[in-house]
Design a protein around this ligand. Structure first.
Ligand code: HEC
Ligand code: HEC
Length: 383
C-alpha cells in the first residue's frame, strides 16, 4: 500500500466514523415517535389509555360504586344540606362548573378553579397543589372545608345514620356502620368510573393510522416536537404527575375581592404557612411544602376531555384553548420561578390550527353521562 493510499483509507475511515457519529447524534436528538411500543418507564411519550388503577385496599364493586354515586349527588353531605360534590363537579359541565372560579359555601368565596373529576383517578396527586395523595384522601377534604361544604364529620356521620338506605348500604358494602373512611372509599370507587373511554388518539397510537385526520397528526407532531408540550404532558392522560411554574397570570377577582383574599389567607393559615397574611398571590405547591423553590408551581393537569372542561388553569385564567396555545407560544407567563422547559416558539396559522385540532381530538365526541340518582329519604320519610 502506498502512503497516499494509506492516507486515503485513513481519510475514508475518518469520514465514515464522523458520519456514524453524526447519524448517532441525529438519532438521539430526533424527536421520539409517539408510538405505543415506545413506552419504557420515564420516557416522555404519548400513550394510549390504560385501565384505571385500583388500589388494593379499595376494590371496585357494583354496590360500592352505586353507594358512591348516591353520596356524590347528595347535598346533605354539606353543613346546610345545599351543596353536593356534583354542584361544583357537575356532569353536565365536564365534572367542573364551567366558571372561572369555584362555587363556594354560602357566604364565602372560593379562590381556585374547579379541576374536573374526569380522569382524576389516573392522577398521582389530587388538588392543584397536590396536597392529597389519593382520591380517598381527597374526598373528605371538601366536606370539612369552610369554603366548600362546611360540614363537621361527627355530625355528618349522625346525619347519614338517620337515613336507612345509607345504614343498609354501609352494612352491605363494608360490613360497617356509616363512617368517614368508608364514605371516602365509596366516593373514590364511584370517581374511578368517571373516566374517558379510549378514543381516536388511542386507536392511532395503537396502530390504526386512519383514526386521525392529517391535521391532527401534524398537530401531534407539533405537540411532541416544536411546541414541546410533551415535556410535561405525557403518558396516558397527558400529565407527568409533577409540579411546574408556567406563570399563568393572576386574575382580577383575586387581587381585589376581599372575600377571596380572606380565603387565600385562611388557606395559608390552615396550611401553617408562616406569616399567612403576607401571601399576596396563589403560591401553589409552596403553600404545602413551604419551600420557596415551589412558588407558583401547580400540578400538571391531564389533557383529555378539554372540550368539556373550560375554562382552564388553576385560576381559570384562560377561556379557550386558543388562549392557552398563545400563552405557551410566548414561552409562558412572567414568573421568577418559571420552568426552563418553557421556551417561546412560532407557529404558522396552519400549525396553530393543527395543534388545536390535536388537542380537540383528545376529547370524547359526547360528554360522559351520569344521571343524578333519586336520593334516599330519612327515617321520618322526608328528604
Ligand atoms: C364548593 C365547590 C366544591 C365542592 C362542593 C367539591 N369540590 Fe372538589 N374541588 C373543588 C375545587 C375548587 C378543587 C380544587 C381545590 C384546590 O386545588 O385547592 C377541587 C378538587 C377536587 C379534586 C381533585 C382533582 C384534581 O385533578 O386535582 C377531586 C377529585 C374532587 N375535588 C372531588 C370532590 C368530591 C368527591 C367532592 C364531594 C365530597 C367535592 N370534590 C366537592 C370544588 C369543590
Ligand atoms: C413545563 C411544563 C409544561 C409544559 C412544557 C406545558 N405545560 Fe401545559 N400545563 C402545565 C402545568 C403545570 C399546568 C397547570 C398550570 C396552572 O394551573 O397554573 C398546565 C396546564 C395546561 C392546560 C390547562 C388544562 C386544564 O384542565 O386547566 C392546557 C390546556 C395545557 N397545559 C396545554 C399545554 C400545551 C398545548 C402545551 C404545549 C404548547 C403545554 N401545555 C406545555 C405544565 C406544562
Amino acid at each position: 500500500m502506498t502512503s497516499r493510499q494509506t492516507n486515503r483509507s485513513r481519510c475514508l475511515a475518518l469520514a465514515l466514523t464522523t458520519a456514524a457519529i453524526m447519524t448517532l447524534i441525529a438519532l438521539i436528538a430526533a424527536p421520539q415517535p409517539a408510538s405505543a411500543e415506545n413506552k419504557a418507564a420515564g420516557e416522555k411519550t404519548l400513550q394510549p389509555l390504560l385501565p384505571v388503577p385500583i388500589p388494593p385496599d379499595n376494590p371496585q364493586t357494583e354496590a360500592k360504586v352505586e353507594l358512591g354515586r348516591m353520596l356524590y349527588f347528595d347535598p346533605r353531605l354539606s353543613g346546610d344540606s345545599s351543596i353536593a360534590c356534583a354542584k361544583c363537579h357537575d356532569p353536565a359541565k365536564g365534572f367542573s362548573n364551567g366558571l372561572q372560579m369555584s362555587d363556594a359555601y354560602p357566604g364565602t368565596k372560593h379562590w381556585r378553579h374547579v379541576p374536573t373529576v374526569l380522569n382524576a383517578a389516573y392522577l398521582k396527586h389530587q388538588f392543584w397543589d397536590g396536597r392529597a395523595p389519593s382520591l380517598e384522601a381527597q374526598a373528605v377534604g371538601p366536606i370539612a372545608a369552610p369554603i366548600e361544604m362546611n360540614q363537621n364529620y361527627t355530625h355528618l356521620v349522625e346525619k347519614l345514620s338517620g337515613i336507612p338506605y345509607y345504614v343498609e348500604q354501609f352494612k352491605k358494602v363494608f360490613n360497617s356502620d356509616v363512617n368517614m373512611d368508608n364514605l371516602a372509599r365509596a366516593i373514590a370507587a364511584f370517581e374511578r368510573t368517571i373516566v374517558s373511554k379510549p378514543g381516536r388518539v388511542d386507536r392511532y397510537l395503537n396502530g390504526d393510522k386512519s383514526a386521525l385526520k392529517e391535521s391532527e397528526v401534524r398537530g401531534m407532531a407539533l405537540f411532541t416536537g416544536k411546541a414541546n408540550c410533551i415535556a410535561c404532558h405525557h403518558g396516558p392522560v397527558l400529565s407527568d404527575g409533577e409540579f411546574h411554574t408556567t406563570g399563568v397570570p393572576e386574575i382580577e377577582p383575586l387581587k381585589t375581592e376581599t372575600d377571596r383574599i380572606a380565603t387565600r389567607h385562611f388557606f395559608a393559615t390552615d396550611q401553617k404557612y408562616p406569616n399567612p397574611r403576607s401571601v399576596d398571590a396563589d403560591y401553589g405547591r409552596e403553600l404545602i411544602t413551604k419551600s420557596a423553590a415551589d412558588r407558583g408551581r401547580f400540578k400538571t393537569p391531564g389533557l383529555r376531555e378539554l372540550k368539556w372542561t373550560a375554562p382552564y388553569m388553576h385560576n381559570g385564567a384562560f377561556e379557550t384553548l386558543e388562549e392557552v396555545i398563545e400563552f405557551y407560544s410566548k414561552g409562558g407567563g412572567n414568573h421568577p420561578n418559571k420552568d426552563p422547559l418553557l421556551k417561546p416558539f412560532k407557529l404558522t396559522d396552519q400549525e396553530f390550527e393543527d395543534l388545536l385540532s390535536f388537542l380537540e381530538a383528545l376529547s370524547s365526541p359526547e360528554p360522559l353521562k351520569v344521571t343524578k340518582p333519586e336520593l334516599p329519604k330519612k327515617v321520618d320519610g322526608t328528604l
